[in-house]
Write a protein that binds this ligand. Sequence first.
Ligand code: SAH
Length: 499
Amino acid sequence: MRKSSTMRRNDRKIQGGEDQDQETRLEYLPIFLSVADQDVVVLGGSDGAAAKVRLLRRAGARVRLFARTLGPEMGELARVGQVALAGDRPTVDGLMGCRLAFDDGVDTDASAFLRARAPGLGLLVNTIDIPQACDFIVPAIVDRSPVVVAISTGGASPALAKLVRQRVESVLPAGLGRLARALLACREGVKRVLPTGRARLRFWDSFLTDARLDRLARCPVEQMGEQVAEDVESALSGTSDIDPAGEVTLVGAGPGDPGLLSLAAAQALRTADVVLHDALVSREVLDMVRKEARLISVGKRAGGAAMPQDMINRLIVTHARRGVRVVRLKGGDPFIFGRGGEEQAHLIAHGIHPRVIGGTTAALGVAATLGIPLTHRGVARSLRLVTGALGEGVEGSGVRNWGDLADPETTLCLYMAGRAVAEVARGLMAGGLSATTPVAAVWSGCTADQEHAFCSLGELALWTGDPRNGHPLLFIVGAVVAFAPAWKESRDQSGVQTG
Ligand code: SAH
């Protein structure tokens, strides 16, 4: 028995090895070949062959064309002197000295001759559109010369290659080629200042951030060279960490479920260099951040401040000035009890205009999961998002007259009310709200840890403390709570009359 199980394990190992080989095996060797001032054979005068002549000419090759007839495009290339006919049929002499040949496969006799002679002449043949008759294939390309992206599906599907090409096209800025040329022009200067290869590698790695690439590639044509040289110079002299164009995005992460992130927020997380996040941001959302990005927790929870706000503000500015993409990631929406307004003001005062991507605030996320319509025709005509945190956290300090909020047709969502909620409930009743007004309490809404409980406002006034301390807790107060499918069930069980 033991022996056979060992054997099975070994079998699996071998199998695994084969699988891995299969996965890593390349169908073709991707290379960029220099053909400048070299002769390349083209067989056939079709439009397909003409496309290859154009490509070869762009790469600086001379073309030896063998064709019996010229199609319209090849005819035009011949007319403008891009190609000259070497003969109507290939000959051994005509093929000699060439390393590459393109064949459109139209003249079958010529093709057969080429295929028979090619190996002896060391000639690699590409038969256009017939992958199985090719020593090499030509990839689809995204051309931002000198930056060129080559795409191959190993001949499996030219349509798929085209689709991939379109996607790559859409993410590469148009000015990328110009940027590459401008960088090339700076290389000698950098070499003089940083003589060792390693130092240069480090320099270019830290110089070329996503944010800088986007900014420079957007430069107007006539300013690009100068701007790149200026950036390189200040980076070399160590002043580049004062980058006025630091990019900051205030992003709302929603209440927890990554499905509630906006597409814009997800995109910002995928491209961030540094992410400063609150404790409220869920692990699942943090998992969406680009793997190479630096995650910094500035964890702040009501009552247990981990990092003072002014320190957070300074930290955002410090990172932004390094020219990296900074995301300030906040639970819910940045502008709802998120101090996003303060961070925005601080950044603007330091010359950085942040982009703001809104998020689903806890009240909206929580109401949706419980099926509570926050407004409802004839029941609730307005919605108030209120902080229940009393000034300085002193209970009973009377900073607010809660009775002012009492309106049977307004749904109240109480944020950060854990400690003060009994007092809030008493105030609301004193202001005229019925003790039977339904209340929902939701802990860690829209996360795997979500829990909820229902009660009446009268019961809430007797609240003595949060049984799940440490989990964010939101209260929804108002007649609409009774529309939650789980409400009736819970009332039936507890036997409390809600009227
Ligand atoms: N900017 C956030 C609110 C931050 S204030 C937003 O728009 O949602 C922190 C308070 O928000 C918590 O005390 C709690 O009342 C509420 N809260 C945030 N996330 C929550 C969640 N997942 N479940 C329940 N309440 C939440």
